[in-house]
Design a protein around this ligand. Sequence first.
Ligand code: IVH
Length: 669
Amino acid sequence: MGAKKSAEARIEELRRLIRHHDRKYYVENEPEISDFEYDRVLAELIRLEGEYPDLVAPDSPTQRVAGAPSEGFETVGHAVPMLSLDNTYSADELREFDVRTRRQLEDETVSYVVELKLDGVSVALSYENGLLTRGATRGDGRRGDDVTANIKTIRAIPLRLGGRDPHATVEVRGEVFMPRSGFDELNHRRERDGEAPFANPRNAAAGSLKLLDPSEVAKRPLSAFFYQIVEAEELGITTHHAAIVAIDDMGLRASPDAVVCDGIEEAIERCLEWQDARAKLDYDADGAVVKIDALEQQARLGATAKSPRWSIAYKFPAQTATTVVEDIVVQVGRTGKLTPVAVLEPVNVSGSTVARASLHNQDEVDRLDVRIGDTVTIEKGGEVIPKVVNVVRSKRKGRPRRFRMPKGCPVCGEPVVRLEDEVDLRCENVACAAQVKRSIEHFAARGAMDIEGLGSALVDLLVDTGLVSDYGDLFFLERERVVELPRMGERSTNNLLAAIEGSKERPFSRVLFALGIRHVGSRVADVLADRYPGIDDLRAADEDDLAETDEVGPVIAASVRAFLTSPRNERAIEKLAGAGVRMKARRTRARRKRPLAGMAVVLTGTLEGMSRNEAEAAIERLGGRVTASVSGKTDLVVVGDDPGSKHRKAVDLGVKTIDVKGLRRLLKS
Ligand code: IVH
């Protein structure tokens, strides 16, 4: 007993030590001990926990890599949607933002906070009673992937909160990123091991978070910054800057150097300072974010469906570089469009390697007068694919030949056509291998059928080996044939087939988007699936009928008709239906009993016997939507113990309230 007691005390001490040094090293960037000493402390802890397995705790530093590899990620909901930011590109646009917001606030004075806009992957962390219980990606803003096991491997993220309120239940949001130094090292390793290097730190961070094996993620040099506490008011926090301070106090790495500015001119100055300083940072920042400091003012400004009205991003200007055009090739896209692409001598632009740039079409090639062998200036701005801005004429040697778009498709050889009023050339052969491949790739992509593991390389392989000739064939793949493909093996084959099988559950609207009908993006697909709840209803509609749908005009209508009446597409759709892919909208859950359907619900106080996440999930199951603050639009407030100002506000506004028991009754009903 005595031995165990002293082991227990030692274990506690070692954990405290490791937490302390993790914070020093990963959060504050001020290590106090050598890696060697750190490893010794960790080794002792591992040994003691091995001797006394019942003393292992979920927040022990040894548990960072405890998750087993998974088949895929669960989808989880964000009770408060994760929005994105509106962008600006100049000081004047920031001034317009200032005028606009102050007008909405009836000319009150405002303070701003300016901080860096990090180029990584946004995540939401939930701590319950101080313990990290969930880490989720942003996904589409409303639901993302549960990547808890991967998040736990990031040492800048504490498994347990420190600071003044070590038992807090909070959701904190921020950005997971890969420092440039770590990125360079990782890419070196990958190249040495014959693996494809990542294009930039952001892709590397995103790719790492999506790995299914946490022990692999643990090897990736990830870090994270946090810039938001969801519903910070509940914790008595009244400004964004105070939230940043609180995040730091909790032991998380807070958005660095966030400063309060009196007025927009000072904020603009800060943005420009960051712009000059960004090259010196060890991480990629694509802009600065200007935020109204007072949370109460933020709440009054609210948000549009996409972004908050109290914040705006100032994007740094694109970075440029010069390089040589080694070749100009023609790519054929999913819809048959031919695009000339400049193959470049690889060059580094703001931290990422660029080897190709789109030249869009013949008109653009002519406008730039770019020829093979030319030295060109390329530009890369944020998300966009790099583009060629101009040719450095003084460096042109001799008289290189002009580039002409081909008369035939470079993939299938069929003649290409140029449609009236269009600059683009198109291959109209729907059986063209390029179109087939790219449309399968689109079908499998995230947001469409979301078939994990089916990327462009594998699609190429499946088509080239004749295993599939349209996306319908994916559902009839024979295991024995797939296993034999290069680099597939048992495990990848199982994963692939399981992912394909799982995609049969995607709702009809997604299937409709996945079909790859020209002009039918995910939004239009939703609208169409709403009006035509099955593929047969859609087939039965003529162009006029289609064009009467909200947000659908004659162009989309014609495109839908053309698609559905093509024999090739008909065959592919038959295969999907035959395989059991959803070709009808599910009778929506609205028909089942959902007492909170369409209602905006706010939670306040501690809900007895129910964590916040559980309560939010319950409300969503009942058809409700959990929102942050009480307003005239709130339908219901669930009041727990020690409710905050939200309860008072609900009473003032005459909004209906219920307690935890009431919520439980609804769940049972
Ligand atoms: S605030 C409610 N602050 O940029 C809006 N976002 O398009 C919350 N980002 O998805 C965003 N650094 O992933 C905010 N200091 C920062 C940020 C930041 C990076 C990302 C975030 C968001 C995207 C906005």
